[in-house]
Design a protein around this ligand. Structure first.
Ligand code: SF4
Length: 157
């Protein structure tokens, strides 16, 4: 792990602990991405960044998620699964739109086959620009989302 990643992870850990008093659970939703964004999501959990050690978990089900991290322009066949993931989360999950496609449709904007980004379907709390965004940008976006998130009762003094 390099020094920058260690510093970012330490900030993330402190912010997650203060907000939630436990790990932050993120459900990644690929809403028609080219997979370029997924490569970068994977990289925040690889040996360089290894953010799981700081209390960030990518979970397999939206039922455990505090946050949806959405990539892709929202293709027609992913509209329902995206809305279903949002509805399945406990409470109102934070929604983070990651990458140019998730922000506005990107290069697929106005295509007959997809929507024009996540905000056409869900309230988005944080937008992370890039095509794809670098891991540092993803970490920064998660930090911004954490600041907007109401503190969990367990984390309150
Ligand atoms: S933003 Fe770029 S990398 Fe991400 S899904 Fe769209 S085209 Fe692919």
């Amino acid at each position: 792990m390099n020094d920058e990643a260690l510093a970012a992870g330490t900030v993330l850990e402190e912010r997650i602990r203060r907000r939630l008093g436990r790990s932050l659970a993120i459900r990644e939703v690929d809403a028609g991405s080219c997979n370029g964004c997924e490569v970068e999501v994977n990289s925040i959990c690889n040996a360089v960044h290894d953010l799981e050690r700081f209390g960030l978990r990518i979970v397999a089900s939206p039922r455990h998620a505090d946050m949806l991290l959405v990539t892709g322009p929202v293709t027609r066949n992913m509209e329902k699964p995206l809305l279903s993931a949002y509805g399945s989360a406990p409470g109102r999950p934070m929604v983070v739109a990651m990458g140019a496609c998730a922000i506005s449709g990107g290069i697929f904007r106005h295509s007959y086959a997809c929507g024009n980004g996540v905000s056409s379907f869900l309230p988005v709390d944080v937008f992370i620009p890039g095509c794809p965004p670098r891991p540092e940008a993803i970490i920064f976006g998660i930090l911004v989302a954490l600041d907007k998130m109401p503190a969990a009762p367990a984390a309150r003094p």
